[in-house]
Every structure is written in C-alpha cells, then in structure tokens.
Design a binder for this molecule. Sequence first.
Ligand SMILES: NC(=O)c1ccc[n+]([C@@H]2O[C@H](COP(=O)([O-])OP(=O)(O)OC[C@H]3O[C@@H](n4cnc5c(N)ncnc54)[C@H](OP(=O)(O)O)[C@@H]3O)[C@@H](O)[C@H]2O)c1
Length: 210
Amino acid sequence: MSNRLGWIIQESPASLLFFFYFFLGQRQTEVVPVLLLILWQIHYLHRSFIFPFRLRGERKQTTMLIVGLAVVFNFGNAYLNARWIFGLGPGYELSWLWDPRFVVGFALFLFGFVVNKHADHILINLRAPGETGYKIPKGGFYRFISSPNYFGEIIQWGGWALMCWNWGGLAFFVWTVANLAPRAFSIHKWYKKTFDDYPTQRKALLPFIA
Ligand SMILES: NC(=O)c1ccc[n+]([C@@H]2O[C@H](COP(=O)([O-])OP(=O)(O)OC[C@H]3O[C@@H](n4cnc5c(N)ncnc54)[C@H](OP(=O)(O)O)[C@@H]3O)[C@@H](O)[C@H]2O)c1
C-alpha cells in the first residue's frame, strides 16, 4: 500500500485509543491525566495526520506486514499507557506537577519533541517535491549525530516514562530504544559507506559518544 496511507493506518490507533480510554475513564476533570492526554495527542495527531502528508516521494510503497505489526504495537502500547493513566492506576494528585520526576520528565519530553520534529523537518526538506535519492543532512543536531530524529524520540519517551512513573511508560521507552538504536547505528554505517565526504566527527546516536 502507499507509504502515506500506511503511516495513517498504523499510527492513528495510538491517538484514537487514548481518546477512547480517556472518555471511558473517570478522570476527565483531573489536571495531570488531562495534561498527559494533551502531550500524547500533540505527538500522535501530528505523527498520524500531518507527518505523512509532509513526506516527499509520494509514490513510495510499504508492506501490509510492516503496517500490521505497527498497528499491533500501537494498540498494545496505547492500551498499556492509557488504561493505567485513566482507569486502573492509582491516579495522580495535583502535587505530582511539582514532583522532580514530573518536572524533569516534562522538560525532557518537550526537548525531545523539538529535536525530533526539527530533525524530521531537515530530513524531509533535503528533497525537492518529486525528487528521490539521498543527501547528507546538515544543521541542528545533525552537526553531532546521524539520527537526531531517533535521538529526540528516545529522549521524548524517556521523559514520558519519568512523568508517568509507571510500567507502561517504561515499556514504551525500552521499546523505543530497542527499535531505534540499532536503526541509528545501521543508518550511520550506511551514510559513511555511501558518502566519501561524510563528516568524520559525526556520531551515530549519542552526541560526542557513539
Ligand atoms: N517510537 C518509535 O519506535 C518509532 C519508530 C519508527 C519511527 N519513529 C519516528 O518516525 C519518524 C520517521 O521515522 P523513519 O524511520 O521513517 O525516518 P527516516 O527513514 O529517516 O525517513 C523520514 C523521511 O526522510 C527521508 N529521508 C531519510 N534520509 C534521507 C536522506 N539522507 N536524504 C533524503 N531524504 C531522506 C525518507 O525517505 P525514504 O522513505 O525514501 O527513505 C522519509 O521520507 C521519526 O521521527 C522517528 O523518530 C518512531
């Protein structure tokens, strides 16, 4: 199927299921659950309905298997996170907003979100409309690493895990690292092999480290 349709089908369940459990639960008037809902939706509404339309290379295809596996993941992940936050978990007092875990997690979430979106923006704009092929990305965190989009995504969900302080958030963070870290290292290897003039000081995923 088309890559664009694939992104919409695979990512939208994460957004829809979060809304579903929010309205099913009893915490619609509590500040922390509402704030977590907003942060989740800012990410997933963008990822499901804006990001796919920004991609260049309109005719690119994906497979039903990849989309199917991503749908299964997004159902499971959204269920684990939403069901606990809005129903099964003990809930959050208003004072949780001043807890260092929430404050640091919130800051990391926003920082990761901005790094991820900026990196995706640079990557997408490497191609003119209708153009195909690959170039060396430059600017932003690309000065330090080959995959700042994955770096930002990992920081973001690390922040989420801290803010939520539950097993669902931690599982999502571990999944994100397990999924994106190997990809970042293989992309870095590919860039170095493909481009003779690839910046030598650039690392794969962690600025100045690896
Ligand atoms: N939480 C998670 O587990 C998870 C998992 C996967 C993705 N994501 C997130 O989803 C977003 C997209 O991820 P992705 O893996 O699809 O990103 P990607 O492979 O880097 O591709 C993003 C877009 O940029 C294009 N592109 C990549 N490198 C390019 C280059 N050197 N020159 C020109 N164009 C280039 C790609 O074209 P082609 O498609 O033609 O290569 C694609 O259209 C990221 O923000 C990522 O963090 C999150």
